[in-house]
Design a protein around this ligand. Structure first.
Ligand SMILES: Nc1ncnc2c1ncn2[C@@H]1O[C@H](COP(=O)(O)OP(=O)(O)OP(=O)(O)O)[C@@H](O)[C@H]1O
Length: 241
């Protein structure tokens, strides 16, 4: 059985993707010929040193950036085949993003931050339900400044999942959080993955976090140097670092 079958059918395929950035006179090769298949429902941790290409890969998978060569297919469709409008529709319908800094709108309540997104899509979760899912059912009228960092990140997760995305892409979601709060946020990500079956990619510098993954992929200098199944998946509450 191949890696891609371990959870569900392949939902996302990265095939021969390369990406370089021109920095003045210098070309930086961010990704070099990356090929990966992701099964539906997989919880994947992406590891690698700073500059190894993790964010570039996540951004290309999520349609925020385009590859120089190679393809990204989502449910068999090349996400870049239909131009900018097609990519925007893909991002809007199918992708939930969570970043290190929560990017909430300060003048809007938690509920309104989530509503911003649910108003844009068909068949969203009720915003209150998304906030309940992340354990903030009693904080929906709070503004970001009235919430802790971990609570703000949970609002950001509620916002990302309220549109019922098929892919949840998290770039250093606990990077700005202390240990205890970071673990709470990881518990929420794991819960979304388990209860909604959302295929989830989590970028981290923190090797310990890989304990909660189904699969661990390590990048170095824009290449995949390790891609392995986690035989001893543990709950985020059991992680320690
Ligand atoms: N928009 C950009 N313009 C120029 N160079 C870029 C750009 N984005 C990324 N790079 C370069 O591409 C390489 C890979 O960067 P990337 O952000 O993907 O790495 P990363 O593994 O996510 O790093 P970190 O953990 O520090 O976020 C780096 O050398 C980086 O400087």
């Amino acid at each position: 059985m191949s890696m891609m079958d371990q959870v569900g059918q392949t939902v996302l395929s990265v095939d021969g993707v390369s990406k370089s950035y021109l920095m003045g006179e210098v070309t930086v090769k961010a990704l070099h010929d990356i090929s990966l298949d992701f099964g539906a429902g997989q919880l994947v941790v992406l590891l690698g040193a700073s500059g190894s290409g993790k964010s570039t890969l996540l951004n290309i998978v999520g349609g925020l950036d385009v590859p120089d060569s190679g393809t990204v297919s989502f449910k068999g469709q090349d996400i870049n085949a239909k131009g900018e409008a097609g990519l925007t529709a893909f991002r809007r319908r199918s992708i939930g993003f969570v970043f290190q800094f929560y990017n909430l709108i300060a003048s809007l309540s938690a509920l309104e931050n989530v509503q911003l997104v649910t108003e844009l899509v068909e068949n969203p979760m009720p915003p209150e339900e998304a906030l309940r899912l992340v354990g903030l059912g009693d904080r929906i009228n709070h503004f970001p400044s009235q919430l802790s960092g971990g609570e703000q990140q949970r609002v950001a997760i509620a916002r990302a999942v309220a549109k019922r995305p098929e892919l949840l892409l998290c770039d250093e979601p606990t990077g700005a959080l202390d240990y205890r709060t970071g673990k709470l946020v990881l518990e929420v990500i794991e819960k979304v993955n388990r209860e909604l079956g959302t295929t989830t990619l989590v970028i981290t510098h923190n090797v310990s976090i890989s304990g909660m993954a189904d699969r661990i992929i390590t990048l170095r200098s824009g290449e995949v140097v390790e891609d392995r199944r986690n035989e001893k998946k543990i709950s985020p509450s059991e992680l320690s670092w």
